[in-house]
Write a protein that binds this ligand. Structure first.
Ligand code: GLC
Length: 553
């Protein structure tokens, strides 16, 4: 299968950089763009060999939600670097064949954004209806205004905050410092679209759309239906009126047409809650949608098998999914998947998960640090930075996202090569040994496993874009699937357990040769390749031998 350059959004691997935590060039303890540029070789063809980087927000921001509260969508936060640094990043990334995807946060702005400052100042100014303002539903006996409806903030409490200057409430699906934009106001759409065009003109290759399915709300702002008990107040409502509105499709078409004005550009929408069916429904050519169902599974063949089948059924052969096992909002793979079982080896599971990530059908998104098996870093509640974590308690359970945002350890030493100063958030306790330099020197490391897998993908395009089929491995603890294109076929076997597992996959025809896997050495492959016995947590990618040329390779 020839590699088609314009299909990079399907065939490529996207690496998520959390810029604050990637590399600090000036010693202030916060990662920045020059730091990222200095480490591009880790990502480029001589390193991991990824195809694109997605940068979590780099715009000016008061930082209440660590950049997801944007004060100017068209500029670079000075803490991250200068405009010139950004343009150099795009150039230097492109020189290495790496595309650049920006995080567009367009559901809301910061309350420090000039648009909101103007909007909150008066009911009749030019930007008066750029946000969602409403009169109180009523007043309580003490004369205090009651919110217009029952909507909740995902970050806790009511979604409405009272603004005395206007004598009205404004809506915020997240923090009060993140007021929601009024996407039904054409001037708001025009302003946002012109920002999108501006970044495209600067050479940006695509966008991740933050919580895109919340852009539109029910025009009458009707209350959500309330359901019974659930641990999180958010889950006690059915969110039919504050997201997923029918006319969103029209809006997405508008946005996509702008991205498609330039060849080879793409977008990926962050689905704000919803299963694979919803993700598939919003997916289209060059416009992906995150389906988080895999992130939610326990490490077992049964759980992953079920989730994979459900995704495949939802997306069908014509829609292209993403593969996501971690991001800046969720517990890291090695911790989440690797510590649930007694005596499990988190690195072994991280390597097997790497095989899953790189060989399922869909565009893989790899979160920084996963390639060295980084763990969640415990942050005492007194040090919590993540805003909802600071208000969490029994009435508002919240997983502290600080834990998956620790600085990237590059080398042994006090600041782990991340900073010469004091890191903005704690480093992992194991950074002296778990870092890029140490793992690059160890052929059995998680990092070297990722490198081998990415090389195998490049050498075998069927692994990136071939048809997908799950097959019976002959062992309930081992998942098996094939990727096929014409006569070319790859077979993937993943042992989810800490015990050796004998597999005799049904319905495939060898002979097979190894392409990549979790272990440096190969399991004993009989002539023809199967049946074989996988070692604990071993995963292998086999390629069908079809020509004399392939046999000698
Ligand atoms: C998305 C981001 C998350 C952020 C939220 C509000 O879910 O991934 O980090 O807090 O949007 O912008």
């Amino acid at each position: 299968m020839a590699t088609d350059e314009s299909a990079w959004w399907r065939t490529g691997v996207v690496y998520q950089v959390y810029p604050r935590s990637f590399a600090d060039s000036d010693g202030d303890g916060i990662g920045d763009i020059p730091g990222l540029i200095a480490h591009l070789d880790h990502l480029g063809p001589d390193g991991l060999g990824i195809d694109a980087i997605w940068l979590s927000p780099i715009y000016p921001s008061p930082g209440l939600d660590l950049g997801y509260d944007v004060a100017d969508h068209a500029a670079i936060d000075p803490i991250m670097g200068s405009d010139g640094d950004f343009d150099r990043l795009v150039r230097e990334a492109h020189d290495r064949g790496i595309r650049v995807i920006l995080d567009l946060v367009m559901n809301h702005t910061s309350d420090q954004h000039p648009w909101f400052a103007a909007s909150r100042a008066s009911r009749d100014g030019a930007r008066a209806d750029w946000y969602l303002w409403r009169d109180p539903a009523s007043r309580d006996p003490g004369g205090r205004p009651r919110p217009p409806n029952n909507w909740l903030s995902f970050f806790g409490g009511s979604a409405w905050t009272w603004e005395p200057t206007r004598g009205q409430f404004y809506l915020h699906t997240f923090l009060p410092g993140q007021p929601d934009l009024n996407w039904r106001q054409p001037a708001v759409r025009a302003a946002l679209y012109s920002i999108v065009r501006g970044w495209l003109a600067r050479g940006v290759d695509g966008f991740r759309l933050d919580v895109f399915n919340a852009f539109l709300k029910d025009p009458d702002l009707a209350s959500n239906p309330v359901v019974g008990a659930a641990a999180r107040p958010w889950d006690r409502q059915i969110h039919v009126n504050d997201k997923d509105q029918p006319d969103l499709a029209y809006l997405l078409d508008q946005f996509r047409a702008i991205v498609d004005e330039r060849k080879g550009r793409m977008s990926v929408g962050e689905l704000f809650e919803g299963g694979p069916e919803t993700a598939a429904r919003y997916t289209s050519e060059r416009h992906l949608v995150f389906d988080f169902s895999l992130i939610e599974q326990d490490w077992s063949a049964e759980a992953f098998g079920r989730a994979i089948d459900a995704r495949e059924a939802a997306f069908g052969p014509d829609r292209w999914p993403t593969v996501v096992l971690s991001n800046h909002d969720r517990s890291r793979q090695a911790t989440r998947l690797g510590t649930v079982r007694m005596r499990a080896d988190p690195d072994a599971i991280a390597k097997a998960a790497a095989v899953v990530l790189m060989t399922l059908r869909g565009t893989p998104f790899l979160y920084y640090g996963e390639e060295i098996g980084l763990r969640d870093v415990m942050i005492p509640s007194s040090e919590a930075i993540d805003p909802p974590a600071r208000t969490a308690g029994p009435r508002f359970p919240w997983w502290n996202r600080d834990q998956c945002r620790s600085p990237m350890p590059w080398a042994p030493g006090p600041g782990a090569g991340f900073t010469t100063g004091r890191p903005w958030i704690r480093l992992g306790v194991d950074h002296e040994v778990r870092n890029v330099a140490c793992q690059a020197a160890d052929p059995e490391s998680v990092l070297e496993t990722y490198r081998r897998l990415l090389r195998a993908r490049r050498a075998n395009p069927t692994l990136c874009s071939g048809r997908f089929a799950r097959i019976d491995s002959g062992n309930a603890d081992v998942l098996a699937w094939t990727r096929s294109h014409e006569d070319d076929q790859a077979l993937v076997l993943v042992n989810f357990t800490g015990d050796p597992a004998r597999v005799a996959p049904v319905g495939v025809r060898g002979p097979w040769r190894p392409l990549a896997g979790t272990h440096l050495s190969w399991p004993d492959l009989p002539a023809g390749g199967l049946p074989l016995t996988l070692r604990p947590y071993e995963a292998v990618v086999l390629g069908r031998v079809q020509t004399a040329l392939a046999q000698s390779g």
